[in-house]
Write a protein that binds this ligand. Structure first.
Ligand SMILES: Nc1ncnc2c1ncn2[C@@H]1O[C@H](COP(=O)(O)OP(=O)(O)OP(=O)(O)O)[C@@H](O)[C@H]1O
Ligand SMILES: [Mg+2]
Length: 491
């Protein structure tokens, strides 16, 4: 293909150790101008660390990172950025009080203290970049008022600001709807057409495969396969350690749902954010022992719904729990009553270790019981046991997700609310989490309310499904009927 062109980025034999853990071991890769290399692998396999080593956010212990032949390994990040490498982080950290346009302009400012004054034309360039990433219509809005996908677009815009020759993109598709994934794929394809070299990490295997020229697969810090997307996805080891199998439908205990009052009962619940109606007359119920999935795209109102139940946002209408109204109770009291909410944002204590985060979740249990619960969770998520002493903020994206779920389970909830638990998880971990949910239901009397965009995960467990669209429940029914009645747009 472009094999006669010199690579823009050449990474040779880089390694990185964190204490006793070798996070990246002898990884080599090269990317030519106009080429996209996909980087895949299970959670914690070292993908983000590779990006951080290239960008100088972490210093490699050994190896070479060359940009157009110049070895930049060990340079400070700002020098590497000036040399022509840009990174699009998974997590958006915009300045909330600045408009979108101002946020982009800030990224265009020269980083030298001697040249703090913006060059003329900055405004124009910022607008052009905004237009390109699809933010043209919202330039004067403030980040907190915008949907998730627009904040991701802002990160793309900021990375483009310096016109990097090499762009590193970490999990751009996580949490996006399929239409948004298509739009972002086009954007990234545009980077290729500009002649940039792109390194792309994402667990959305289909979208990665459709976009990339080549794929490199990692496992436990090492390269396990490299080649065309087809070749790599067919690779035996990649299938075993990363792709996993199909998610199975789990047998559900027979419930008599008409009997008695529901455990959780929402009647005509509404939430307003300023003038925007985030939830509109939502009624739903969950019986004891039931697994209820709320399926909805990004921005449909799932998180608002769960926040209302946990008393994190004011609402109209009524929310009843165990026969009494929850109105007027604080979030802490509601959690003590057994409604445990595992939020999309994870809310881990970053400086505390894995074990300390879990112990906090189990603080109300008797020591013996806490120990039993901990053992059960370590059996469910062996990775957490291996990382017991590690600070939560240094865990990989997927490991943090596992910890958030485990901490919620540590509280032994009567009702477990899971908000998008699949975000950022590798396919094989999804499969493991799915069977863990199955086992959870077989071995404990737990009731689950799950919010998901990913129906492949949400349906196999559900006794009942609600579909939330634009703040309203638009469908309720049996998962078996979902595909024929609601499938389009979700499957
Ligand atoms: N500063 C650190 N200290 C200790 N361990 C770390 C540190 N940073 C990363 N690790 C560990 O190194 C391993 C690789 O992490 P990395 O973030 O590169 O994984 P990843 O492949 O990006 O995973 P994911 O798909 O879940 O994002 C993980 O097990 C992580 O816990
Ligand atoms: Mg990562």
């Amino acid at each position: 293909m472009k094999s006669n062109v010199e690579p823009l980025l050449q990474v040779e034999h880089i390694s990185k150790r964190f204490g006793g853990l070798v996070a990246v071991k002898d990884i080599s890769l090269h990317i030519r101008p106009g080429e996209i290399l996909g980087l895949i692998g299970p959670n914690g396999s070292g993908k983000s660390t590779v990006m951080k080593l290239i960008m100088g956010i972490e210093k490699p212990d050994s190896g070479r990172v060359a940009l157009k032949g110049i070895d930049v390994a060990g340079w400070p990040t700002h020098r590497i950025a000036r040399q022509g490498i840009g990174i699009v982080f998974q997590h958006s950290r915009p300045l909330h009080r600045q408009t979108m346009l101002e946020n982009i302009k800030l990224a265009l400012l020269p980083d030298s203290l001697l040249r703090l004054v913006a060059k003329p034309g900055v405004d124009e360039r910022a607008r052009a970049i905004a237009e390109r990433v699809g933010l043209g219509a919202v330039l004067h809005r403030h980040p907190p008022t915008l949907p998730f996908a627009d904040l991701r677009r802002l990160e793309m815009a900021k990375a483009l600001g310096r016109d990097p020759e090499v762009v590193l993109v970490d999990e751009p598709f996580a949490g996006l709807t399929s239409a948004e994934v298509a739009a972002f794929s086009q954007l990234i394809d545009g980077f290729r057409q500009d002649g940039r070299a792109v390194l792309l990490i994402d667990h959305n295997v289909k979208s990665v495969a459709a976009l990339v020229d080549r794929v490199l697969a990692m496992y436990l810090g090492e390269q396990i396969a490299e080649g065309s997307a087809d070749e790599v996805m067919r690779n035996e080891t990649v299938r075993r350690v990363y792709l996993g199998g199909e998610i199975e439908t789990h047998p559900r205990p027979e419930l008599d749902r008409r009997a008695g009052e529901p455990l959780l009962d929402l009647r005509g619940v509404g939430v307003l954010y300023g003038k925007a109606q985030a939830l509109d007359a939502v009624s739903l119920h969950v019986h004891e022992g039931e697994f209820v999935s709320v399926v909805g795209l990004n921005g449909a109102g799932k998180t608002t719904l769960f926040n209302a139940i946990s008393a994190l946002v004011p609402y109209s209408g009524e929310i009843r729990w165990n026969g009494h109204s929850l109105r007027g109770r604080s979030a802490a009291v509601i959690a003590r009553e057994g409604i445990v909410h595992c939020p999309e944002t994870r809310e881990l204590f970053g400086d505390m270790s894995v074990r300390e985060n879990l112990d906090l979740g189990g603080a109300h249990l008797a020591p013996k019981e806490r120990q039993r619960q901990l053992e059960w969770l370590f059996d469910l998520f062996p990775r957490l046991q291996e990382r017991e002493g590690q600070a939560a903020r240094t865990l990989s994206g997927g490991e943090q997700q596992m910890l958030a779920i485990a901490r919620a389970l540590m509280m032994r909830p009567k009702l477990l609310i899971l908000d998008e638990p699949t975000l950022g998880l590798a396919p094989v971990i999804l499969e493991q989490l799915s069977s863990a949910m199955g086992r959870l239901r077989e071995s404990t009397p737990i009731t689950v309310l799950l919010g998901e965009q990913n129906v492949t995960f949400a349906l196999p467990h559900a006794d009942r499904v609600y579909v939330l669209e634009h703040a309203r429940i638009v469908w309720e029914g049996d998962p078996g009927r979902f595909a024929s009645e609601m499938g389009t747009g979700y499957l």
